[in-house]
Design a binder for this molecule. Structure first.
Ligand code: S3P
Length: 172
């Protein structure tokens, strides 16, 4: 399948890069968080609060399985925790080319500070939480990725140019 899938930590720019890439490549864009919220008719924060994280993770896998039946030539951005499950990484590979938008903890902190929509970053010391989670997750993101793009200090158009350059013929 020839979808382009964007993965990476919360706040690395998946949603914005996804939207811009969809304009540039004239492809539609899908976001797994938004698909889950639409189906559940409630926000991610509400789902975490009412059902817990394990329930949400199961919905993410369901969402990928559905995309495998329907999505082609699309841009797909996925929640920051989705690539941690082995089954999800296999599904991502089947769906298309996987691009990891890699950001430093400080870049992520600048983008998400003050955000109240991400349950995993609430309370305590957010920068410390980001650094810890990022260290744990980076190997999984790399394992899932066909291409790694470092986003720190880059404009969105630079990031898009790099994605196009790296994916080359795979975008045709
Ligand atoms: C999560 C990332 C969020 C969302 C949920 C859990 C994570 O998506 O799926 O809050 O575990 O990293 P974004 O990466 O789009 O913020």
């Amino acid at each position: 399948m020839n979808n382009v899938i964007l993965i990476g930590f919360m706040g690395c720019g998946k949603t914005t890069v996804g939207l811009r890439l969809s304009y540039r490549l004239q492809r539609t864009v899908i976001d797994t968080d938004k698909e889950i919220e639409k189906e559940e008719k409630r926000t991610i924060a509400e789902i975490f609060a009412a059902e817990g994280e394990a329930y949400f993770r199961a919905r993410e896998t369901d969402c990928l399985r559905k995309l495998k039946e329907s999505a082609n030539s699309q841009i797909i951005s996925v929640g920051g925790g989705l690539p941690l499950r082995e089954e999800n990484r296999a599904l991502l590979h089947e769906l298309g080319q996987v691009v990891y938008l890699r950001a430093e903890g400080s870049t992520i902190y600048d983008r998400v500070k003050g955000d109240t929509t991400r349950p995993l970053l609430q309370g305590g010391d957010p920068l410390a939480k980001i650094e810890t989670l990022l260290r744990e997750r980076d190997p999984y993101y790399r394992a899932a990725a066909d291409v790694v793009i470092t986003v720190d200090g880059k404009s969105f158009s630079e990031i898009l140019d790099e994605i196009e350059e790296q994916l080359g013929n795979d975008l045709a």
